[in-house]
Design a protein around this ligand. Structure first.
Ligand code: NAD
Ligand code: SER
Length: 313
């Protein structure tokens, strides 16, 4: 069996930092090359190799893949939902061309595996609001959601046409304490913990009763690794898997935070992100991920909140 050598693209981002650290624990520090357009995240410094890399520069990416003997790529570079609505052309360009560059190189260099995340943002206002199934009406209204849905079909195409072993998860909103979120609609659920600790007050950009599917980062990292380690014949979905963990509203997370900080209060000032949140489902059905590769979340709202405060303090 060949020793895996992994390239993580977008390693300095919210998911990239924690995923790189987790992959280094499994495969060895020198076997996981972190890369990003921006500088190396402080938490990654001294833990393994880092290269400065623009996923849009296909030639440079190809050279790195050959030079470093890369066998797997995790592609995390993207523009998320809220930032994407400010620069739709840029979001489409990065989210699509970045993926196509990676898929092309994976095919040419016969890489063992590729990981690329999709999002609950593929769903739109016509999708079922509750327990949203894997296959349903999918009519996204954000450029981010459109790029993720198109990306899913490119992944499926490269798998069926060229046998590229690409795997994907439709992450819900991710909550973490190690690295900051990068411009999504679900970022409020991270900011709220920081503001609760700093000033016991939070100005929330979503309405108090806006339910969204969410997941704590340790669950998201474990889901990613479990999917990537599953035998190929267990993977029935080559677009992207629904996965679920928690669904809550701003008022519910605020109530949970108040159990730790009784003086905490929230002011609701919805902005343009409300319309994005309103277009997404409130909860997700992940029965196919459960069946195919045994997905099961560990963290609920109270366990996540206790862990967030323990680490942030
Ligand atoms: P992030 O914005 O925190 O990180 C993305 C990283 O990509 C950044 O460090 C950025 O510098 C880097 N990057 C941007 N352009 C680049 C380029 N041209 N070349 C190389 N690197 C570049 O995002 P994240 O939250 O870590 O998300 C990672 C992936 O997971 C994205 O595909 C995102 O759509 C998906 N996702 C995230 C969430 C979430 O809640 N965080 C939910 C669903 C899906
Ligand atoms: N957390 C992401 C966002 O809000 C969902 O993909 O954009």
């Amino acid at each position: 069996m060949t020793k895996e050598k992994i390239l993580v693209i977008g390693a300095s981002g919210q998911i990239g930092v924690e995923l790189t650290i987790a992959l280094r624990k499994i495969y060895g520090n020198s076997q996981v090359v972190a890369s990003d357009l921006r500088e190396e995240n402080d938490l990654l410094k001294g833990t393994g190799p880092y290269v400065s890399l623009d996923v849009m520069n296909k030639e440079m990416l190809h050279v790195q893949v050959i030079r470093q003997n890369i066998t797997q790529i995790y592609l995390l570079a993207a523009i998320l939902s809220a930032t994407g609505e400010k620069s739709p052309g840029l979001a489409w360009h990065l989210n699509m061309q970045g993926l196509l560059n990676v898929l092309d190189i994976a095919r040419e260099e016969k890489l063992n595996k590729v990981y690329w995340p999709s999002s609950i943002a593929v769903f739109g206002p016509t999708s079922p609001k509750k327990d949203c199934p894997q296959q349903t009406i999918i009519e996204p209204i954000t450029v981010y959601g459109i790029s993720k849905y198109a990306g899913e079909f490119w992944c499926n195409y490269f798998n069926h046409r060229y046998a590229v072993d690409i795997r994907s998860i439709r992450y819900p909103g991710l909550i973490s304490y190690k690295s900051s979120p990068g411009g999504g609609t679900t970022d409020y659920a991270v900011e709220i913990y920081h503001e609760a600790l700093e000033c016991q007050h939070y100005k929330c950009f979503l309405k108090e009763d806006t339910y969204l599917p969410m997941m704590y980062m340790p669950d998201a990292i474990r889901a990613t690794i479990e999917l990537m380690e599953a035998p190929a014949d267990r993977i029935s979905i080559r677009t992207s898997y629904n996965v679920a963990a928690i669904s809550f509203s701003p008022s519910e997370i605020a109530a949970e935070i108040k159990k730790h900080i009784p003086s905490f209060d929230v002011e609701y000032r919805p902005d343009y992100r409300q319309a994005i949140a309103d277009s997404w489902p409130q909860s997700i059905n992940d029965s196919i991920a459960q069946r195919d590769w045994g997905w099961k979340p560990e963290f609920n709202l109270s366990k996540m909140t206790a862990d967030m405060f323990q680490n942030l303090k």
